[in-house]
Ligand binder design. Structure first.
Ligand SMILES: *Cc1c(COP(=O)(O)O)cnc(C)c1O
Length: 347
């Protein structure tokens, strides 16, 4: 990479192995169901996540939207964390296109809704009210510094959903980061939900794509909905070939990114005038803030990092910096960011 890019793990380029596999991938018309590489990816994702079937989609947002549109109808309501990606960062898709109203609930510092509050939010049958239909979950929790939520939360959500005949969707854009941090099999979590969407194009380095998994009737309907949204792709095997490597091998190495994130947090914590809590860093994201004595604005710091050191980091919610580690971030890049911050803050 030309610059050292910590803004997100979405900036990851495909690996050399991916480019080779993409060039050689057998392909066909996937709308006809004839692309063997896409089919292989869908099958592998379903197997890894313990579901009957999978669907290759263009993005995590599309996977989540399709799930909402398949589980719910106009006039339905979806219970969702107020900091969830599906509520905050997906252009209001389920309401805009599906007529499904989100019911945002507060979350704790790792992104969990209070189970008693979830239960109390489920509505009875009254013509005044939307119909409670869906509970939306997320793991790892992007709005909570990439926190990894253990399986027991999903077990609790599942029990509530089953008691009230609701569906549960998991936005697992970074599910493998969560399960790597927790040291558990993905199925320890996914068996408690009806559908899961995983991103291939973040820390897993594929250039494009996500996979949505669930039971066969759900995926059958999801295929139709993907077409409705203009997401039926033709010789998509060139993309799925990278996705296979993402799922097969790149999902196994995320611990390295977590280690670098921890090193970064520890290093930044040594600097005066920076607020960072290494104990909160569970996966590949480090959030930090400027101390009160710093006269430079966050924007000026970002500008200096980029111009003087070739390093990019993100600004989250206006004041908080976010640095994300990934495959293309080497240990010496972490050292470079710590040194650059030290130089900027002590000048
Ligand atoms: C990135 C992300 C998505 C959406 O993924 P895109 O591929 O960017 O559309 C959904 N949920 C979470 C938690 C994410 O981090």
């Amino acid at each position: 990479m030309d610059t050292i890019d910590f803004r997100s793990d979405t900036v990851t380029w495909p690996t050399p192995a991916m480019r080779t596999a993409m060039a050689a991938a057998p392909v066909g018309d996937d709308v006809y169901g004839e692309d063997p590489t896409v089919t292989a990816l869908e099958t592998l994702a379903a197997e890894r996540l313990g579901k009957e079937a999978g669907l290759f989609v263009s993005s995590g947002t599309q996977g989540n939207l399709i799930a909402a549109l398949c589980h719910g109808q106009r006039g339905d309501e979806a219970i969702v964390g107020s900091d969830a990606h599906m509520f905050c960062w997906e252009a209001g898709g389920m309401a805009t296109l599906g007529g499904i109203t989100p019911l945002p609930l507060p979350t704790d510092d790792v992104g969990r809704m209070d189970l008693a509050r979830v239960r109390a939010s489920i509505r009875g049958d009254d013509p005044h009210w939307p119909r409670s239909r869906l509970i939306l979950t997320e793991n790892s929790s992007g709005g909570n510094q990439g926190a990894a939520i253990p399986p027991d939360y999903f077990e609790g959500i599942q029990a509530i959903a089953q008691a009230h005949d609701l569906k549960v969707h998991l936005d697992g854009a970074r599910l493998f980061n969560a399960t790597t941090a927790l040291g558990c099999d993905p199925q320890a979590i996914t068996r408690h939900v009806d559908s899961v969407s995983i991103c291939l194009s973040k820390g897993l380095c594929a250039p494009v794509g996500a996979v949505l998994v669930g039971d066969r009737p759900f995926i059958h309907q999801a295929r139709r909905t993907r077409k409705l949204l203009g997401g039926g792709m033709r010789q998509a095997g060139v993309l799925a070939a990278a996705g296979l490597i993402a799922l097969d091998t790149m999902s196994q190495r995320l611990g390295e990114d977590h280690l670098q994130a921890q090193r970064l947090a520890q290093g930044l914590a040594q600097l005066p005038n920076l607020r960072v809590n290494p104990a909160q860093v569970q996966t590949n994201m480090v959030f930090f803030e400027l101390g009160a004595a710093v006269t430079l604005s966050p924007g000026e710091i970002i500008e200096r990092l980029q111009t003087n050191y070739g390093i990019r980091i993100g600004l989250y919610a206006g004041q908080t910096f976010r640095a994300v580690t990934h495959y293309w971030i080497q240990p010496d890049h972490v050292d470079a960011l710590i040194a650059a911050m030290a130089a900027i803050l002590t000048k």
